[in-house]
Structure formats: structure tokens, C-alpha cells
Design a protein around this ligand. Sequence first.
Ligand SMILES: Nc1ncnc2c1ncn2[C@@H]1O[C@H](COP(=O)(O)OP(=O)(O)O)[C@@H](O)[C@H]1O
Ligand SMILES: O=P(O)(O)OC[C@H](O)CO
Length: 514
Amino acid sequence: MDPSVENTKPGQYILTIDQGTTSSRVLMIDHNLKVVDIEQREHRQISLHPGWCEHDPEEIYANVKECLEVISLRNNLSPPAIQALGITNQRETVVAVDKTTGKALHNAIVWLDKRTSVIVKHFEEKLGGDLNAYREVCGLPVNTYFSGVKMKWLIDHCGEVKKAHEEGNLFFGTIDTWLVYKLTGGKTILTDSSNASRTMLMDLKTLNWSDFMLGEFGIKKEALPQIKLSSSDDYGIVSSVECLNGVPITGVIGDQQGACLGHLLKEGEVKNTYGTGCFILSNVGKTPVQSTHGLLTTLCYSLGEGHTYYALEGAVEIAGAAVQWAKSVGLLTSASELEPLATSVSDCGDVYFVPAFNGIFSPYWRDDARGLIIGISLNTTRGHIARALLEAPCLRTKEVVEAMAKDSGHVIRKMNVDGGMTVNNFMLQQQADFTNIAIVRKRETEVTGIGAAIAAGLKVGFWSGVSEVEEKIKVDRVFESVISAGERDKKYKRWAQAVQRSIGFGWSEQEYDE
Ligand SMILES: Nc1ncnc2c1ncn2[C@@H]1O[C@H](COP(=O)(O)OP(=O)(O)O)[C@@H](O)[C@H]1O
Ligand SMILES: O=P(O)(O)OC[C@H](O)CO
């Protein structure tokens, strides 16, 4: 029997929660890092004004709880079989909670929400136009994307949050903090260094909250969770899901960092996760590297003292979300239609789709970009548009890896990929063609959840160490470029023209009151 398919710890599993932008999943993972079962629930995307996006934190928790219960019941699992629970989550999204009641005081403000663009403008004025002024401390530019501006908005615009903050009854959390708090029955208020690195409030060198940044944003330290350096640590014991009570929560990690750990990304290696957006991270080693080409400096992952790695990150705001949009307007009936449609034509017919629906992130950081489909002629078919839609995340990724190569001084030759869109072989072939980088897809595409399982499992001795885990990670397929340098350059030039047309087309900031 192939040892890779033999579960050497039969009947024992790690459960992981992958709480994403559009849905929450629970994965049951065995000793061979195989995902043996999965349960998923979507939640509502609440938008009160153009550019706004909220999630109901109670709905998210209810979905997570239901997935945990369903998967446990279906597999007849109870605590001794579930060795530990890991959590990985959409990052930056903020929940404000009243410690005295345990209730969220406002819907969660989601990472892609743009309501804070007025706050960003104020910072721009205060910083003499230099939105990069805090990069040395927190690694990030001032932007609507990060948690700090969302917390400030909640204090400024929501009376209950302001009062609780003043009275010392408030805590702000990213989704990891919220889930840990709820699952432990309100016993722990914690986050990990990877999630904290997305707030703008953590000092990247000390890996603690920065008094300077807290002062700049007007946020009290007591309103923030304790940061645990290691994503593989004790985060509390489940006490509010009957069938799982007693299970230790020993893995907490932001989803993109979870994918880095799931690939066991080593220094110099790069990964790209294609989900709602796509996020390219390169492990730059044990000291932070500042970007001068529009990338973010952030945590890659920490497995404790001496095992903390930093990353350069390129955030691409829209990837799979464009597929969802195409379904919503009737261009497609299902995501699986995309590949046959895109391959029904021999090229994109000079049609480009820039899905900057709500601004454009790395390396541009322009809130005023908007989506466009350009180059349409009488010969344009649905196939051309589908192809352009699939090419877009690949071309956005190319922009990011070029910036990464400039920042690090290294040519990138290989990129590990994962996420829901990577079932699409055609898209991955385009990715290899446009970048001339070998694209490596793993056997399991749920690498983010696997990363959280690795963090959780290492803490409880489910695996003896990283080298044991490494043996279990298997490659499914490698995609290599089949186009010429000339074709690649031509393509990229047309794309760059399309991007320039999308920038500046958006509405100017508008402040809405609650
Ligand atoms: N065959 C496919 N081709 C392209 N995109 C796909 C395909 N199947 C699923 N997707 C897209 O993948 C995305 C889901 O990826 P996932 O990793 O689950 O996202 P997230 O974790 O951000 O919620 C969806 O936007 C979906 O439309
Ligand atoms: O929900 P995902 O998987 O698109 O990830 C969202 C990111 O963490 C946002 O930074």
C-alpha cells in the first residue's frame, strides 16, 4: 500500500475552520494532510451604500457552529478523535464587541469596504501626502484595506462603540478573535501575529501593539486582543459547541499566511491563493523587507521564537469575485462553464477585463479605479469575455511578481498555487504563460485550511515536527510557459493600457452617517 494514503493515526483528525469572505468552511483533515470531509455555508454580503461591505458576525458564528456540528455528526466524531481545532480567517475585517454583554456592537466591516476613504484622505493631509509614512513601523500604507482605519471609523461613527471604548468595555477583533471568543464561551480575547500584522497597529519588529500607531489612530491598547506570537499555541478550549467541548484551539492564522504555512513556504519561495481576491506572498526570511514597489511588508507565519518569517505581499482585490459577478449578471450560469467558454476561442480577441470593481490594490493602491471591459468589437463573443475574465487575475499577478522581483532582487522561477479557482487548468496555464514562472499545484487545493491544521496539529503533537509534515505535501501538477517572450510582452503592454484606463474612473469619497 502507498504509505501516502495510509492514515498512520486512524480515527484521529484535526478540524479547521476556514472563515472566508464569501463563506465559512470546516475541514476534517487526517494524519496524511488529506481533507477527508468538508462542510460549507455562505453568508450575506451586506452593502448599505456603494463601496460598503459588512458581514453579520453572529451569522458567521452560527454558520461556523453549524458546519462543526454537521461534520462531527456525519463522521461520528467526538473529542478524543478530534485532536485539535485550527482557525484561519479572512484578514483585516473588524468586529467591535462589548465585553460586558459579549455582543457585537456593529456588523463586521469587511476588508474590501471603502467607507474609510475619507479617513485615508485626512491621513494623507496630515502626513503631507505621504501615505507610506508608517511603513517602517507597520509595513503597510494607509489604506481603506487595513483594520486600523475601520476601527477608527467605528469609534467616530458609532455612538455605542465610542462609549464602550471610552468606558473600557470594548474590544476590537479580527474574525479569528471573534471566533475564538465565541467558541471558548467568551473566555479568551486573543489574536495571532499574522492577523495583527494586518491592522497597521502592530510594530513589525517587536510583534507587539505599537503605542505610536495606537496614538495615531486614537485607539486604546486595552481595546485590542493579546497578540500570541506563534500561530501554533494554546488559544483556549471549545466550550460552546456541545459535541466539541473540551477540544483545544491550537492553531490561529490569517488565511493568506495559512496558505503559506500549508505550502511550508521556505525563504525565497512564493505562493498565490486564488479565492475572492488573490494574494501573492513571498517568504523573505527572518527580518522584514520594506517594499519600494507598492507591495506590503507583513508576517509570513510564526511557529514561535526563532521561527518567525516575514513576507512581501501583493494583494489583488478581485479574482473569483469576478466569476461571481459574471454569474450575477447572467454572463455565466456556473464557474465550471468558464474553461470550455474560454477555450472556445483561440485568444482573447484583444478584449481585456480589469475587474477593479472597488479600487485597485498592489502595486497601485488607487481607490478611484473601477472595473472595465475594453476592446469590444462586433466580433467579440462570450468566449472572448470569459477568456479575458480568466486572464485578469493572471495579469494582475504578473504585475505583483514583477514588483516582488524588483523589491527582492531575485527572479521568481516557481510559484505554489491554491484556492478555489485553481481547479481551472486553463487559467493556470495562462498564469505560467504570462509570467514565465513554473506554476505548482498541490494535491489538496484547500491549502489555507491545511496550514491552520499544521499549526494546530504541531502544538498537540499530532505530527512530530515540520519535517514529518513536509513528507505529506504532494504536488498534483506543474504548468510551464508555452508562449514566446514576444507574445508575453505584447499581451502585458495591452493589459497595462487597460489598467491605466480603469484608474481614475471611480467616484470621489463620500461620507455617509450611520
Ligand atoms: N472552474 C472554476 N474556474 C474559475 N473559477 C472558479 C472555478 N470554480 C470555482 N471558482 C471560483 O473560485 C472562488 C472560490 O474560491 P475559494 O478559495 O473558495 O474562495 P474564498 O476562500 O475567497 O471564499 C469563487 O469565486 C468561484 O467562482
Ligand atoms: O476570503 P479570502 O480567501 O478571499 O481572503 C481574504 C483576505 O484575507 C483579505 O486580506
